[in-house]
Each structure stands twice: as C-alpha cells, then as structure tokens.
Design a protein around this ligand. Structure first.
Ligand code: SF4
Length: 424
C-alpha cells in the first residue's frame, strides 16, 4: 500500500481488501484496489484505474454504510441496507443491490431518485477530469502510474469498454444466475451457447434465436479477448459465468472445455480472492438429459459449480398461463434430480427458480409445497430455491408479493430467497 496527499485528496494505491467473499453487514471490499478520498467521498478504483465504488461521506449521503458500485457492464448499482429490515431473510445477503435500470425488484424507493446518489456520480466525473491533469505532477512513480490510468478512464471510455465487453463475447448478458450473489455478481462471462430451449411466454429476457452452442474456436477467442479486457484487474476475479440462458444444454464436452480453459487462462487458482467458482443456467430438459459423467467431471474441477434451473412452477395451470412448454411431471423429476446431485456431489450445487406473482393460480403455491414436502423430511442448507417476482417496482402489489414470499419461506425446507435480476 502506498499513500500520497495531493491538495485535499488522499490517494492510496494497492489497498488490500478481503481475500474471501463474505456475507457481512458493513461495507467490505475484495481483492486489491486504489482509493481517492476527498472531503466528501471515497472513490475506489479497480486495478485498471476504473472507478468501481463510491461512498458519500457528508450528511446528505443516504446512509454511511451504503455505497454505489459500477459493474463491468458500466451499470451503477446502489447497495442498500434496506434498513436491515428483512434484507438478509429475503435475499440471503445483508445488502440489497438496487440497479439503476428496470429490474424485477419489489422495493418501493428507488435510491437513484435521491439527489445525493446522482451527485456522487457527477462528483466522480469532476474528479476524473482533475486527476487526468494531476497525472503530470511530481509524484512518486506508482502514484503517477495510477493517476495516469484513472485519468484515462472517463465516462465515455468506460461506456465504450462495456460495449466492447459485449462485442467480444458476441452478446449481452441480460441476466446473471441468482447464485452469483455469493461473489457479489463479480463474474467473467463467457458465452458457450446462445438462447434457450423454450422461449416462455412470460419471459422478458428471452432471445428469439434458436438455441445454438458456440464452437470451441469461438470460446477460445472469447477467453483470450476477455483476458486482455479484464487486464490487471483479472487478479480480482475468482469466478466465471458460462452464458447464456441454458449453458447446461451445451453438453458435457463444451462445458468442460470452457471451464478448464477459463480456469487456466484467467489463472483463477492464483486470484486475489480465494475459492474459484463456475456459474451457469440450465433448463428442465438439459438437467434431465445430463448423465452423471458431467457431474463427475465438474466435481473434479478445482472450482465450485453452481447450476441454476428455471422450474417456474409445478402446477399445470400456471405453466399454461406463463406459456412454459414443460409438464409438472418434468418439474418433479428435475427437482428430484437436483436433490440427488446436491447430496452426491460436494462441489456442485444445483438451485432452482420459481415464479412469484400476485395473480398466479392458487395451485402454483400448493404444488410447490407438495413438491418439497413429499421429497424432504427435514431442512437442508444446500440447494437454494429462488422466487422471482413477476412485478414492476413501486406498486402496492409488490408488498403483497413480499408477504406471500415470507409465507412460502416459512414452509420451505430449503434455503429460500427472492431472485433479484441483475444484468452484466
Ligand atoms: S424463462 Fe428461461 S427458458 Fe424460458 S424463455 Fe426465458 S430464458 Fe428461455
């Protein structure tokens, strides 16, 4: 760590954050980063000199324990404590990430409507212009290097970089698996297959393309380009997301190829953050078509694999209404397979999603309760169930949905949380 005072700014480079992702109820940073502290803000930068976190220090900031984070896709997300009123019970985390774009959030107050939050982003723009000048000053070599990097990464450059990220993987990541919350959504995305099998009627993120796996050449090229894209900051990543909506259907060989190549190329074993992870989505069909050999292979990797399956409902009426072309029998089989894989494989966790809606038929919840009651004789900590709200934020119905969620949670023998959709 190196510190330098420049006028009213405290510049610290190479700060060391936690080397493990943790669930804590106070601001925490991971890996290594640099910081510029002004009288009013703490601005924190990743190892490429790109702004990553902002925390207000004056009395206007909504809460001294809350902060703003900028993602690799160049979105701002506000981390709210939610007053700590039930955030952990609902989401499995102490902080509620509130993205600056429309999502499926059930909270009513949008933090981006608070002037202090907008002002913080504007203050960073002002600081960025100032540091690009400061980089010419007579400062120690490492400080100058950091200022030069940070001075180059203005708002337009960061917006272009985010576009480049999506171009180099050949698509947008419209949704991350809920399990990526375990690594604060910090994943390097590689697309192994585009689109999904079903194109369900209710789904807002579906692609109209047919499901199509990428070639090995394409995956290799993505990995090479991603390594260059993440640059120095790649050391702060320990996780990969294989996209997009049904990577499990890409098949044993392609999944293993991508996972092994990424682990090696990104040097995940030497990350600043311990414990490498692999995240992917699967579908009912892709899970039922997987034989044990894929799970045996995944379990032997030096990373933990999380596979999230969209079941949505075990009720025929609901599946018809949401136009998901699967049957309750398939949902039951997939659920049983999830339980079996979770018991057998130490380094694999399959999790599932169900919908949570105000107007869904009563059979939706009763079939869920039946599904879990019939298969589990006691509570288990592995194999989370996520309920994804079918809502627009801000409505009175959202409160009703949250109440409904708590009723289900109380009856569920598995860890049960709300799924907050976030993109990358
Ligand atoms: S819910 Fe999943 S499977 Fe259905 S259309 Fe959307 S992405 Fe595809």
């Amino acid at each position: 760590m190196e510190v330098c005072r420049i006028d009213d700014l405290d510049v610290t480079i190479n700060r060391e954050g936690s080397c493990e992702f943790a669930k804590v109820s106070y601001p925490i940073r991971y890996g290594r980063y640099s910081e510029i502290r002004t009288p009013d803000y703490r601005f924190q930068f990743n190892l490429n000199g790109e702004i990553k976190f902002i925390r207000g220090l004056d009395k206007n900031w909504p809460d001294p324990l809350e902060w703003l984070k900028r993602t690799a896709g160049n979105d701002w997300v506000y981390y709210s404590t939610g007053g700590y009123s039930g955030v952990y019970d609902s989401f499995g985390e102490y902080y509620l990430p509130c993205p600056s774009y429309a999502s499926n959030a059930t909270y009513v107050n949008d933090p981006f409507e608070n002037n202090a939050v907008g002002s913080a982003i504007t203050a960073w723009t002002g600081l960025q212009a100032r540091i690009s000048q400061m980089a010419f000053g007579p400062f120690p070599r490492n400080i100058k290097d950091f200022l030069t990097l940070a001075g180059r990464n203005g708002p337009n450059v960061l917006a272009t970089k985010a576009r480049n990220l999506h171009e180099l993987i050949g698509g947008n990541i419209t949704v991350l698996p809920p399990d990526t919350r375990h690594v604060d959504y910090e994943v390097i995305p590689i697309i192994v297959a585009d689109s999904c099998l079903y194109r369900c009627g209710f789904c807002r993120i579906k692609s109209h393309q047919d499901f199509s796996p990428r070639t090995r050449e394409d995956i290799k090229k993505q990995i090479q380009n991603l390594k260059a894209f993440y640059g120095h900051d790649i050391k702060n990543y320990n996780s990969v997301f294989l996209g997009t909506h049904d990577a499990l259907n890409a098949g044993h060989k392609l999944i293993m190829f991508a996972a092994e190549k990424a682990y090696e190329a990104f040097d995940l074993g030497q990350s600043n953050i311990k414990g490498a992870n692999l995240f992917l989505f699967g579908s009912v069909d892709s899970l039922l078509n997987c034989d044990d050999s894929l799970f045996d292979s995944l379990n032997s990797l030096p990373l933990k694999t999380y596979i999230n399956i969209g079941l949505e409902s075990a009720d025929k009426n609901t599946l018809d209404i949401i136009r998901k072309p699967i049957t309750p029998f398939m949902v039951e089989q997939a659920f049983t397979r999830m339980l079996e894989v979770n018991r057998r494989y130490e380094r694999i966790e399959i999790t599932v999603n169900f919908l949570l809606g105000y107007h869904l038929p009563p059979g939706h919840l009763s079939s869920f309760i039946e599904l879990t009651e019939n298969r589990l004789d006691k509570p288990y900590s592995k194999g989370a169930i996520y309920f994804s709200p079918l809502v627009n934020s801000g409505s009175e119905q959202n409160r009703g949905i949250v109440r409904k969620f708590y009723k289900i949670k109380a009856l569920s023998p598995l860890p049960t949380y709300i799924y907050l959709i976030q993109r990358l």
